[in-house]
Design a protein around this ligand. Sequence first.
Ligand code: BGC
Length: 438
Amino acid sequence: MFDLPNAVRNLRASFIQSEAQILNIASNFQKEMVNGLEGKESSLKMLPSFLTKATGKEKGVFLALDFGGTNVRILVVELKGNRQYEILKQHSFLLKDPEKGYDFTTRETSGTALFEYITEQIKSMLPPGSVYPLGFTFSFPSQHKDVNQATLIKWTKEIKTSGVENNDISGILTSALKSSNLTEQVILKAIINDTVGTLLASSYTDQNTYIGSICGTGHNTCYVEPRLLDTGEQMIVNMESGNFNKLPFTEYDDQLDLNSDIPGEQRLEKMVSGKYIGEITRIIIEDFIKKGLIFRDCKSGIFFSPYSINARDISEFLADESHDVNTLAVWLNDKCGISNSLLEERITLRTAASIVVTRSFQLAAATYIGVLQHIDPQLERKHTIAIDGSLYEFTPGYARKLNITLKNILKNKADLVSTKLTKDGSGIGAAIAAARAE
Ligand code: BGC
């Protein structure tokens, strides 16, 4: 017989990681890093960025293009050369707008059309005759040949546009700039991942930054590889850690993965990121409903339709710490037509969300510990882990509990490591990348 307290207990046991489990994941992560670096089989792509950390002295006015999802931003950024910067101008637009009748993110659209739309947007905001070096943040796994030459390995997250995977994105962007008559005005200097942008932006003001990470719709981390290159420099490596797969999957993770667009891929991202935490929670609740544990009269609606609970809903559940969880009563009524929810049902929903979120920051923390063990095994210096993304910024308790998780594990060295919200890494970081590439 299934009973609710037992089911919740089992859920907790299969999701929440003990300190020993976190350390074990960290050590597997570090092994995968080394395998990836040595060209052996690894779930971590370990992609070179051809960039080093910022010095804080980078200076000039740059154009930054930030493309990591359906919302694209173009910024004009002034780096002042004294660890300070200013955003002089910015323009955001969507790659799909059902109301206006366009969508550049589907398989039916070509990469050429997508990039020409972007370059036309750039054109609309530049004064005629002005010339800008461009830093391009492209938040998808890309193999670099040089700092401004990269090939998209595979789309992740929500974009599926044709003709871009396995193609040279620098070439596609350059052709689009040509079509928009911008060749003289906009000079592509650097293409970077958003994690790299975050690391660059943070290191511009804080030299203790060796790790940059995104905990948002997607999840990924980069770091400064201590092994020196032939040039005597240290390079930032984009791990594409969202693809890490030496992990304790639950039946719910397997179900989500099997029904996803990319089964078998991005397994860590599917356990950590904002795109998926709502869906994991939904799958758990659907299972509980099917087992007759909660919402017994509910046969259809939100809990039965994939991706209908999002990270914002999860934040709303967690924000309500009240005894009667009244926000959830309202949410259940508005979104699912459940007007007579029981207290234990609301508590179960909030608990499921909290368990999923706890595992998310625990796994992110495990990978950061793996990186720390690789770059500073004895933990001898300070580390700021620069993090951007809505999950980290807005999920109640996420940042605080992520830090606590790290501190509990690092024990007497805990004071050396902290995480820091680094807003706008993709914009400022792109400008810094363009400056460093010049
Ligand atoms: C992409 C990464 C990116 C991350 C965060 C993932 O889906 O593969 O390249 O850094 O999302 O935006």
